[in-house]
Design a protein around this ligand. Structure first.
Ligand code: NAD
Length: 357
């Protein structure tokens, strides 16, 4: 009997419930139980998803006593990931939302507990399951021998936890580095197959909130084999300084031959090749013509509910519980992402480059 729990039914956890209920109907698990300390939320999400009343808990300890869990999805505030993850790892495998924990030290404590009990930890870096990222990775791998990544640009803009007036910010939240940038750094670490060596950064703060509301970082990765001293740079901006309806999540990859622009939300990828011709021109229109790209390719991907990144992530978790294989993003990759964010925040605070080890 495979019982899966979702703990935390807030802004994000409710999406896990929808997907796990679907996976249950597709026979990937036998029972779904939900838990939230907020009774109103528990009722609302339970009713919305037709979860039987006996499968709803407002107390984690009671749930752990009554249920024999195979896996648990943690969608609770990041600041309590360690405490709750350690408790759950006694009983089952976990999918912990990103970031794994606020600090590398806490990530390591979670990993230690998993090792002791031979448990799987998956971290909710859902962009890795986004079909655009999967497609980009295979496009880059196909071109690898002749076309190398030189530079990447990440832009993640959105409205943050609550109003940015310094009064209504949710104290459960960390800054936009842990909340937003951690996604892009994990995607780029995955694309390049390594973590950066150093970072420089700048951050913006507002009165009344202790964490950054904007982080701009330049991560430096070692160059490819044979070109180790020729670094790959990744400049990344994560910001909450935006109106509630402004959301942008983009990655631009410049290789030696192409510029590839990826939109995480719209699930689109556009590749542009270089100049049509590179010759001296004698008029402005000839000049513009010469600068037109030789080829612009829209990569149309299948979209729809089977391609929802969170559905694919949850499905992978349920299959890892059975197969015991390492998830695509385990605690190792989750900890690396936190390591990079910690270093970027330190670089912003000190105004100095920080080595990432
Ligand atoms: N992967 C993504 O794209 C993504 C997107 C948003 C949030 N997240 C992550 O999801 C996590 C939750 O974020 P959120 O925005 O949904 O937060 P939220 O504040 O909206 O929801 C958290 C929920 O946890 C419940 N909770 C808190 N302590 C609990 C306890 N001890 N026992 C049971 N329930 C408890 C709260 O009542 C609340 O309903 C965070 O780690 C966040 O970083 C991930």
């Amino acid at each position: 009997m495979k019982t899966i729990a979702i703990i935390g039914l807030g802004k994000w956890g409710k999406n896990h419930v929808r997907n796990v209920v679907r996976l249950h109907s597709e026979k990937f698990c036998d029972k779904v139980v939900i838990c939230d300390a907020d009774k109103d939320r528990l009722k609302k999400i339970g009713d919305l998803n037709n979860i039987p009343k006996e499968n709803r808990y407002d107390n984690l300890d009671v749930m752990l006593e009554k249920e024999n869990l195979s896996g648990a999805i943690l969608a609770i505030p990041t600041k309590i990931h360690k405490e709750i993850a350690i408790k759950l790892l006694e009983q089952c495998d976990i999918l912990c939302e990103k970031p794994l924990a606020p600090t590398v030290e806490e990530c390591n404590e979670i990993s230690k507990k998993a090792k002791e009990h031979n448990r799987i930890i998956q971290v909710g870096h859902l962009e890795r399951y986004n079909p655009v990222v999967v497609t980009l990775k295979s496009l880059l791998e196909e071109a690898k021998t002749e076309d190398k990544i030189m530079h990447l640009t990440g832009r993640r803009v959105g409205p943050g936890p609550k109003k940015l007036d310094g009064k209504n910010l949710d104290s459960n939240y960390l800054g936009c580095g842990h909340d937003f940038m951690v996604h892009d750094i994990d995607v780029v670490n995955g694309l390049l197959g390594k973590i950066p060596k150093r970072v420089t950064a700048t951050a913006c703060y507002i009165d009344g909130f202790p964490y950054e509301v904007e982080l701009f970082a330049i991560f430096e990765y070692e160059g490819f084999k044979g070109q180790e001293t020729n670094p790959i740079l990744f400049d990344c901006r994560a910001t909450w300084r935006a109106y509630p309806n402004l959301k942008r999540r983009k990655l631009i990859v410049q290789t030696t031959k192409d510029v590839v622009t990826l939109d995480f939300i719209l699930q689109s990828i556009i590749s542009e090749k270089g100049l049509a011709q590179h010759s001296l021109s004698n008029s402005f229109s000839e000049y513009l013509g010469a600068y037109r790209a030789t080829e612009v390719t829209n990569h149309y991907l299948a979209t729809g509910k089977d391609q929802e990144p969170l559905y694919l992530e949850d499905k992978d978790f349920l299959s890892c519980i059975v197969s015991r294989k390492k998830p695509l993003v385990s605690d190792v990759e989750g900890t690396d992402a936190v390591r990079c964010i910690e270093a970027a925040i330190e670089a912003a605070k000190t105004g100095k480059a920080v080595e990432i080890k």
